[in-house]
Ligand binder design. Structure first.
Ligand code: NDP
Length: 254
C-alpha cells in the first residue's frame, strides 16, 4: 500500500508557474500526479513546465486570471476536457501590497482580497461538481503567517489570509459528506519572487527572518512539496478543515 500514490490524479495549481505553487506541483508530480498550472504569465509558465517535464511529469499550462469567475470556470472546463478529471485543487495564486492601513486605496484593498481570497472561493466552486461526480477530492488553500498574526503593512493581506482559514473550515464542514477534504497551509517566510520584492523594500528583512525563525533559515519552494503530497493524497483522507503551518517553527516561538 502506498498512501501517497497520486498516479492518474490531476492537480490544478493556481499561480503554479513559480515559487510555492511550483514547489507544491513538483511534490505532487513526484508521486505521479498530472499537473495543470494556471496563471497569467505564459512565459514564466514555460520555465515551470520545463522543470516538471524534466522530472518526467505530464504538465500543461492554462491561462487564467483567477480573480475572474469566468476564468475559474474555464480553467476547470479545460482541465476536464484535457484529462477528464480534476482531483486536486491548490488555491495558491496570491499577491501583496505593503502600505499602512490609512494609505490603501479601495482598489488596492479589492485587488488583494480578490487575488488571495475570492479567487480561492471561485476556483473551489468551479471544481466542486467534478469532485462530487468523481466521489471526492482535495482542496488545499494557501494561507500565511498573516492568517495568525497582524503586521502594520499587511492589512488587506492579513484580512485575506485570515479569511482563507475560515473559508477552509466552512467549506470543509460543508463538503465533508462529499468526501472532499479542504485544508489550508500556512507557509512561513519562503524565498520566492514575492518575498524577493519585500526584501528589496525592507532593510534587514533577510537577517531578521533568519533570526526570528527557530530553524534559522528561510524556507524554499521545495520545503512546500511534502505538505502538498500529504494533503493531496490518501494519507490525509480523514484530515479536513485544518490550517497547517510550514514555517520552520516561526508560529510556535523564537
Ligand atoms: P509568487 O509571486 O512567486 O507567486 C504568486 C503566483 O500567483 C504567481 O505565479 C502569479 O502568477 C500568481 N497570480 C497572481 N495573481 C494571479 C491572478 N489574478 N490569476 C492567476 N494567477 C495569479 O509568490 P509565492 O510563491 O511566494 O506565493 C504563493 C502563495 O503563497 C501566495 O498566496 C502567497 O500569499 C503565499 N505565501 C507566500 C509566502 C512567502 O514567504 N513566499 C508566505 C506565506 C504565504 P502570474 O505570474 O502568472 O501572475
Amino acid at each position: 500500500m502506498n498512501l501517497f500514490d497520486l498516479a492518474g490524479k490531476v492537480a490544478i495549481v493556481t499561480g503554479g508557474n513559480g515559487g510555492i505553487g511550483l514547489g507544491m506541483a513538483r511534490g505532487m508530480a513526484s508521486l505521479g500526479a498530472r499537473i495543470v498550472i494556471a496563471g497569467r504569465n505564459a512565459e514564466k509558465a514555460g520555465v515551470a513546465l520545463k522543470a516538471l517535464h524534466d522530472m518526467g511529469a505530464e504538465a500543461i499550462f492554462i491561462a487564467a486570471d483567477v480573480t475572474k469567475k469566468a476564468d475559474c470556470q474555464a480553467l476547470v472546463a479545460s482541465t476536464l476536457e484535457k484529462f477528464s478529471r480534476a482531483d486536486i485543487l491548490v488555491n495558491n495564486a496570491g499577491t501583496s501590497i505593503r502600505k499602512m492601513p490609512q494609505d490603501f486605496t479601495e482598489e488596492e484593498w479589492h485587488h488583494v482580497l480578490d487575488t488571495n481570497l475570492t479567487s480561492a472561493f471561485l476556483c473551489s466552486q468551479a471544481v466542486y461538481p467534478a469532485m462530487v461526480k468523481a466521489g471526492g477530492g482535495k482542496i488545499i488553500n494557501i494561507g500565511s503567517m498573516m492568517s495568525l498574526f497582524g503586521a502594520p503593512y499587511a492589512t488587506p493581506y492579513a484580512a485575506s489570509k485570515g479569511g482563507i482559514v475560515q473559508m477552509t473550515r466552512a467549506m470543509a464542514t460543508a463538503w465533508a459528506r462529499d468526501n472532499i477534504q479542504v485544508n489550508a497551509v500556512l507557509p512561513g517566510w519562503i524565498d520566492t519572487e514575492l518575498t524577493q520584492r519585500a526584501r528589496q523594500q525592507v532593510d534587514g528583512l533577510h537577517e531578521s527572518v533568519e533570526k526570528r525563525t527557530p530553524h534559522g533559515r528561510w524556507g524554499t519552494p521545495h520545503d512546500m512539496a511534502g505538505i502538498a503530497a500529504f494533503l493531496a493524497s490518501g494519507a490525509s483522507d480523514f484530515v479536513t478543515g485544518t490550517a497547517i503551518p510550514v514555517d520552520g517553527g516561526f508560529s510556535i516561538g523564537m
